[in-house]
Design a protein. Sequence first.
Length: 461
Amino acid sequence: MKNQTRSMRTIVSLILCILLLGSVFLAAPRVSADEMPSLPPEIPEELQRQIEEMYQMYHCIPIPGGAVQASELEEGGSYTFIEDAVLELDTDICLKTLCCAGSLTITGDASLSAEIVYAFDGRLRVEADVECPAMENPPESGLTWCNGLTGLDGIVIDGCSVDCPGIWGCRETVSIDNANVRADYISAINGYDQSDSVVEAGMIYAREGFYMGGGQLTVGYVWSWNVVFAGGVSIVDTVETDSDDDFVLEFPMAITEPAGARYQGGRFVDALGNPVDRVRIERLSISNPFLDVAPAAYYYNPVMWAVYSKITNGVKENLFGPDRGCTRAQAVTFLWRASGCPAPEKTDLAFADVPNDAYYADAVRWAVEKGITTGTSAKAFSPDRPCTRAQIITFIWRLAGSPAASWLSYYNDVPENAYYCKAANWAEENGIANGTSEGHFSPLKDCTRAEIVTFLFRFFN
């Protein structure tokens, strides 16, 4: 009986030890730096170093990954999930710091408040309301830059509300869908993708592209190598550009500082044409008016640019007609408008089929004066004839000054003696027009409205 009692006590003691060790991981006690629990040996050395650093800086208690409920965590605590984790907010909770050594998904019907939400080496996905107030006493060195939301392999904010000082996606896109977001800055090395959302940010930074498919954006500063806005946009303060790289803005703008500044040739310039690195923009607002122009379509940004630059309208209310053909009159008018509607030097026309009061008359006069077109004969322009791919790309090539192409055999269906040969190959080299299939340009095919505005968009930007 004594032996049985002694054995029972041993078992109970072992159970208590196991529970005590488990509490080191799960109860987030306030322990000193040298008391951090040992990590599993299979964790890579570099990851162990990061976990230890977060413990030294923020006292983040390492706990296992997997599915964890907020009610299991201590209010005001700091944690590092050592594996991929899902945190379900079954109750509102306020944490100091929340980190993950892999991917971290925050979901649930409650809300989270934390100074830092950070995924060391993986993606951060937010599906629940999160607030990240500024740190009261940030450390003098270390990971102070990750205040807010940080996911090294990208951040997805979907269907929730986020209010943070900063949102930082280091290696992939920061994607915001169906969400309300407020942030002092949003940074993404490989791009920023936002649709059907309301976003207010002090600064947007995207190294390899900015895409906006809808919703609304209000931002003070934009800094990027390549920015394309298409959707509801409102810039209320300043746009900064990097003078060493291309900066593309596709929307109408009201520039208030410096006086006389304008956007020209992919750059902001002052009244004298000198490049400027900073402009103040009053307000911008764009929405997609067309039911037949999807945000994912290759011609979405070109259509938005063409419409808001007053190059063309839709074929009827709510329809752009991207797959419809374009006449020669329409094509040369688009080109003329994209060039700023320059006044022709002469008013007479040699073409009997171009009435003086036709909407395209000045465009044809200008195009003839610039050597862009010579008509289909000495006396005819054929304004109502469909414009082919060969014709529109030749118009653009001649406007560019008929530059030489380094290679004249990109396409099997473009003979070297064809009038459009140099134009088609130049357009291929410069990313203005691609073929319709491998080795084929389809020069005699009627050019669609989507293709023409895309060619113009690429050339003028």
